[in-house]
Design a protein around this ligand. Sequence first.
Ligand SMILES: Cc1cc2nc3c(=O)[nH]c(=O)nc-3n(C[C@H](O)[C@H](O)[C@H](O)COP(=O)(O)OP(=O)(O)OC[C@H]3O[C@@H](n4cnc5c(N)ncnc54)[C@H](O)[C@@H]3O)c2cc1C
Ligand code: SF4
Length: 306
Amino acid sequence: MITKIEDAIKESGEYLAGGTDYMDRLRHHLVNENAVDLNDLVGFNQIETANGKTHIGAMTTMLNVAQSPFIRDNYAGLADAAGGLATPQIRQVGTIGGNLTQATRCQYYRHPHLTCTKKGDATCGGRDGYHPYGVVFDNGGCVAPHPSSLGMALYAYNAEVEINGSEIRPISAIYGDGSDHHRDHLLGKNEIITKIILPAPTAEKATYFRSIARARAEWALVECTVRLILDGETIKQAFIAVGGVAAVPMRLPQVEAALAGKPAKEESFAEAAQLAAEGANPLPQTGYKVPLLVNTVEETLIRATG
Ligand SMILES: Cc1cc2nc3c(=O)[nH]c(=O)nc-3n(C[C@H](O)[C@H](O)[C@H](O)COP(=O)(O)OP(=O)(O)OC[C@H]3O[C@@H](n4cnc5c(N)ncnc54)[C@H](O)[C@@H]3O)c2cc1C
Ligand code: SF4
């Protein structure tokens, strides 16, 4: 039984948190049975504050993130994302650390007879094959969107991640620019996420919204987290992140800039959301996601302001 992080990091490789992704990949012979079990680690499943910031232990379940009154009151965009993804059963056992480091959902990766560079094959089957769930910002590599809804939500909070109990990195450094089409994240083999660190709470309007092919038990086609800091009726600052559209989660600085100084009204939201797809270069089967991205951002803005 491993109870200390120092002992866990001596064992390199896969880790077992909630097991909702790891066990699926074990069944498909994509990982071996030697995962290091993180479930006995002491002190990594709490939500607490320190120096004004909020610390969420990596082993905290998504259910606890979604239902924490403190997270709901102060980080509604994260709580809504945690409460809106997957299924109640997955949220009950899946952890925030496992969510950030889960592997791609691409069926070419998960199928034993299909080719995928993330499995070590020379070619990506998805690019020239079936890819209607793929990216709309194509960087020439993997065309599967990053699967982590919470990673995306944490972009909107400029969150940080604690590794191995000491080193702190910005959430964006966990994923990089998505150009490495062999990996889903950039953590090294002996690196374990131990905490997520959120900035001090701010008075804001925030939410998460997803466009999805069925009501539940599915990854989003496009998803968005919005935070708006208001000065009366005017938008002082906007933070907007989107998922389902690129190999890594994305912020939309052009939409954020267009909203700053504008009244928090539907006309401003509609106008700014048009910029969400700037630079999009969809795949043959993902053109439909371009208007979906614009509409999802607009809808999330409307919902954030109630
Ligand atoms: C039907 C269905 C729908 C889903 N929909 C969504 C969705 O919409 N959005 C979404 O984001 N997810 C979705 N998921 C995925 C689900 O959220 C993940 O499976 C879950 O978050 C993984 O967490 P876990 O604790 O079970 O991780 P595990 O399965 O235990 O581990 C997953 C991976 O993370 C690594 N790992 C785990 N913890 C750490 C850590 N602390 N540090 C470093 N590495 C670690 C492991 O090595 C392993 O490779 C869905 C899953 C299903 C089955
Ligand atoms: S490289 Fe990406 S898109 Fe291509 S098959 Fe693998 S996971 Fe799918």
